[in-house]
Design a protein around this ligand. Structure first.
Ligand code: SF4
Length: 56
């Protein structure tokens, strides 16, 4: 079973200051994910977003 204390957060949001672009990983130890205002549309892209995002 994977150790949850050593998870990697893979990400490709290039406009976020926390992204380590070379590795494609988030530099934070954890992130907060929340439903979007458009949640419950049924489209996966509408259902969640990273609230730890900060623009560069
Ligand atoms: S904070 Fe969120 S959007 Fe930014 S690199 Fe980490 S996972 Fe990606």
């Amino acid at each position: 079973m994977p150790d949850k204390n050593h998870q990697s957060i893979h990400c490709s949001v290039k406009s976020c200051r926390h992204l380590k672009q070379e590795q494609g990983l988030c530099g934070l130890e954890s992130v907060q994910i929340a439903p979007t205002p458009m949640a419950y549309s049924g489209d996966p892209a509408d259902e969640s977003m990273c609230q730890s995002y900060h623009c560069k």
